[in-house]
Design a binder for this molecule. Sequence first.
Ligand SMILES: Nc1nc2c(c(=O)[nH]1)N[C@H]1C(S)=C(S)[C@@H](COP(=O)(O)O)O[C@H]1N2
Ligand SMILES: [Mo]
Length: 228
Amino acid sequence: MNTASGLPPGQVPAGHRPFGLPRFGPVVPRPRGTASVTVTGAVRHPGQVSAAELAALPGRTDRVADLHCVTTWSALGLSWSGVPFRDVHAYLTDLVAVRQAVRWVTFTGLDGFSATLRLDDALAPDVLLADALDGASLGPDQGAPLRLVAPAHYGYKSVKHVCQIEYRTAYAAGPAGWKAHPRGRVAHEERSRYLPGRVWRPLWRALLPRSRAAYESARARTNGRGRP
Ligand SMILES: Nc1nc2c(c(=O)[nH]1)N[C@H]1C(S)=C(S)[C@@H](COP(=O)(O)O)O[C@H]1N2
Ligand SMILES: [Mo]
């Protein structure tokens, strides 16, 4: 941690949310009807569960956490509510019979974005499958109906609009490609698969206004109604 600011290395506080990869800016998924999550991959019985069923599992909790985007901005003190992923996983382990060899888990959002976390990282007690922020149900901009909250990892691991959980035996890079790190731990500055994080810091910092503008103009152009 950067002791002066209380922020992890290379991060600056920012108020401008939501803000993710420009490629996914044009789409704001608005789930209709009963939202469900497909559970698939290295499991014996792939299936679907409703988002409501997952959100009602025992273990429900509130957590205050910071969100650290790899492009160096951080949103501080977000109050999430949801079910720890470890409790969701315990439930799914029986339901779909997750195979012993599973080491990674991929979360996919309704906009097509996805990220893979190491299973033991996803099972840390601070990782939530959240359905509320600041005491209100998640809205379309915040990742409705369910979003992952993995506070020890860069924001690209905190997948919004979760509609699929895929158990895997090997890492899958996903849409962020080499720009994402397989683990993405903020404390270790694992910003990217290649080169140490402190090398990326000034590059992302310099690109920040441009990537933010690209995201916002993509969103304004489609009013969030674009196709994934
Ligand atoms: N489905 C989906 N989840 C996503 C993204 C996205 O584009 N689509 N962007 C990721 C990135 S890079 C960041 S930093 C955070 C941003 O979260 P916010 O939009 O709540 O600020 O969401 C992450 N989860
Ligand atoms: Mo990000």
